[in-house]
Design a protein around this ligand. Structure first.
Ligand code: FES
Length: 338
């Protein structure tokens, strides 16, 4: 509920109608972001599982990779993946713009910082394994070339990849945790999911490490090398690196800067628009027009139950407005969902 007039609130629940219509009305930006996140999580799960198969052998990795590539390159699936990445990224920037306070918990700030760092960490990997194919038609989706490149030619990239793997997995796992922790089945499923969440990254790392050693040995055979390693011509590599190491980071930094500039402009506009008084039991605060009651509570450090952090998943932040409600806008679809 955006505030545009003085209100007095009481942190007790209100009730509203229920049903499929209200559920549909409750679909908002966060739900779209969740679906996008789930698509991306499915991708990285399959990808990291693929890495982990290297603990058996390099051949096993390549066998699963064929299935992995087949599935994710079905046109509609491929489109869904890239759309999900784009939308999730844009909605992340939008969430950063929308955030009205910076009282993050440790787990929230971890997810935010990790989420913001993923595009920078993944840029060069995306460039070498995918952008080259898209730009120059040089596409040989196998493990051999990247493993040889990272483990032999540029060993520091091994560290970058392990950091990326860890950061992406933790970011996705936190998102899943925030979503699932309120589900009834999470009580019994939680320990199993935690075990998977903890075990998969190290298994993926040891798998790629073992696979890289096999590839290094195989690459000593000239014929195997010719058949499996496609070297990127220097001009193409330079073009890819210009994009991933230069233009993309600049564009990404500019996008973040734009978000904070927009936040500053919004603060100036809100100051000119004036504020409203929110009266809690025993306390009054002046809040800029347009903030929700929960955002007002967080901004002024007023204790306010909010299990999901205002993501419309739990309803613990509901309040009863006990002043005149005539000047308030009607509850939005998400606010009305029980
Ligand atoms: S719906 Fe408001 S905190 Fe969860």
């Amino acid at each position: 509920m955006s505030l545009h007039a003085p209100v007095i609130v009481d942190a007790r629940a209100t009730h509203g109608p229920s049903g499929i219509v209200r559920w549909l009305q409750g679909i908002g930006i966060r739900q779209v972001r969740l679906v996008c996140g789930l698509i991306m999580f499915a991708y990285i799960f399959s990808h990291f599982f693929n890495h982990a198969l290297g603990n058996f052998s390099y051949a096993t990795m390549e066998a699963w990779l064929r299935f992995h590539v087949w599935w994710w390159r079905i046109p509609v699936v491929n489109f869904a993946l890239y759309a999900a990445v784009t939308i999730h990224f844009l909605l992340g920037l939008w969430a950063l713009y929308q955030r009205r306070h910076f009282r993050y918990t440790a787990i929230e700030i971890t997810q935010l910082v990790f989420g913001l760092s993923i595009p920078l960490l993944i840029a060069s990997h995306f460039g070498i394994v995918r952008l080259g194919g898209l730009m120059f038609g040089r596409d040989l989706p196998n493990y051999a070339a990247p493993l040889l490149a990272y483990w032999v030619n540029r060993p520091y990239m091994m560290t970058v990849q392990f950091v990326l793997l860890t950061v992406a997995w933790i970011h996705g796992s936190i998102g899943l945790y925030f979503w699932l922790r309120l589900k009834p089945f999470f009580r019994w499923a939680g320990p199993y999911l935690l075990a998977i969440a903890v075990l998969l990254p190290p298994l993926a790392m040891t798998g790629t490490h073992r696979g890289a050693h096999e590839v290094t040995a195989l690459a000593a055979q000239p014929q195997w090398r010719t058949e499996n390693i496609k070297v990127t011509p220097p001009p193409q590599r330079a073009a890819i690196e210009d994009i991933t190491l230069y233009y993309f980071p600049i564009g990404y930094g500019a996008a973040i800067l734009l978000v904070f500039t927009a936040r500053g402009i919004r603060a100036l506009v809100e100051n000119r628009r004036g504020s409203v008084t929110v009266s809690y039991p025993g306390r009054k605060v002046r809040s800029p027009r347009g903030l929700t009651i929960l955002e007002t509570s967080m901004r002024f450090n007023v204790p306010h139950a909010s299990v999901c952090g205002g993501k419309a998943r739990c309803s613990t932040c509901r309040v009863r407005v006990i002043s005149d409600r005539a000047a308030l806008p009607p509850p939005s679809g998400r606010e009305g969902v029980r």
